[in-house]
Design a binder for this molecule. Sequence first.
Ligand code: DBV
Length: 245
Amino acid sequence: MSIYQPFLDYAITLLTEKLSLTPYPIPAGFERKEEMSGKGKKQETVVTTSYAYQAPKLRQIRAAHVQGGNALQVLNFVIFPDLNYDLPFFGADLVTLPGGHLIAIDMQPLFHNAAYQHKYSDPILPLFNAYQAHLPWGGDFPDDAKPFFSPAFLWTRPQETEVVKTRVFEAFKDYLGAYLQFVEQAEAVKKPEQLKEILASQRRYIGYRAAKDPARGMFTRFYGEEWTEEYIHGFLFSLLTTPSR
Ligand code: DBV
């Protein structure tokens, strides 16, 4: 079984319990994609499955799960709030490649000011500090990505798979639980000025992530350019207005 299947199962079960989840459309042909990759003994089937839901206050909850054998496992899980809430994004990028594991978990901020940090980062700092003691900072990451992370960004490159299955899984659960508390407390924004800023910030985030998706190379190799660009722009990072509910 994939290392990240329990993460996905946990998240979907928890969200189903706590929220009124309904399906969010996945474009045809993107629910599941499977291709053979590599040659000879190194041949592996790479399967990518997609999951998507919506809930009150949350316009898209979506996951992409890539399974290509022991040395290629990815779970990218993002929650995009409705455009009339100032909630951060919940972002988890859990990546296992031949070189090791790469873990990014954060409540990705819409704004960088003291009030926003006080509201959405400070409450997470105790969790962050507790986990960082065991999950050391993962080192450099792209400068232009920095505006999209919070002071509670858990970014680490564990050597041991066991650490992913234990500490990282615990961190994922705790961050997701804390996120759901924010969601519960969140109240709709009414001020037109603020709504405009939220929309602009969500656009910046989506634009950046679609443009700089670190999985672009991998997906293009496995599934070709056309599929990959459609998947990134039409599903992973898109600002479709959700169907009315
Ligand atoms: N990353 C995604 C999606 C993925 C995915 C949708 C479905 O956004 C996978 C798959 N991330 C993925 C893969 C790699 C990374 C790396 C396959 C490895 C790429 C490689 O080594 O070839 C956080 N993810 C990374 C890196 C970071 C993140 C910082 C290292 C990139 C680097 O060093 O160049 N999460 C990622 C990120 C943002 C975020 C960049 C920006 C806002 O939220």
